[in-house]
Design a protein around this ligand. Sequence first.
Ligand code: SF4
Length: 167
Amino acid sequence: ITPVVAVSACLLGRPCRFDGTSKPCEQAMQLARYCKVVPICPEVAGGFSIPHPPCEIEAGTRPVRVVDATGADVTQRFHAGASRCLEQLRDADCRVAVLKSKSPSCGSGQVYDGSFTGTLVEGWGVAAALLRDAGVDVLDETQVDRLLEPLRRARVAHNAGEQGARA
Ligand code: SF4
């Protein structure tokens, strides 16, 4: 069975960030050698155009409120995009995701605090939290080795087994 991993599209080099840039991550891109990779971008899925004003979760809001740098409330679009991404994962039978850290959609454990001053607080992006609560194992781009190493070992063992069978 080929493992399936969802990955933030910006980590795969897609220029889908709010400012039209990407955040290519070599290790995340290497996953495609060993797995089926499902690229996701909750903000594009939520209908945001690129570029668009930066967005942040207002610290301490429950339920979370997401605003953009102009002060507009964009919470519903974040929820809509997160729900569409969860559907993508379910369609692909995917239970692991590597998501971009610190993003108001994709961040896991730390996000900016809504002041647009670069201040980080504990918290989860809207899509990352939805996936986590649905049972998806959510990692960020600093944790890809946790996936890559076992996949590499499995590949080596598989190749060694095939050579043994041919000998
Ligand atoms: Fe990357 Fe997630 Fe932001 Fe899309 S929403 S650009 S995938 S961090």
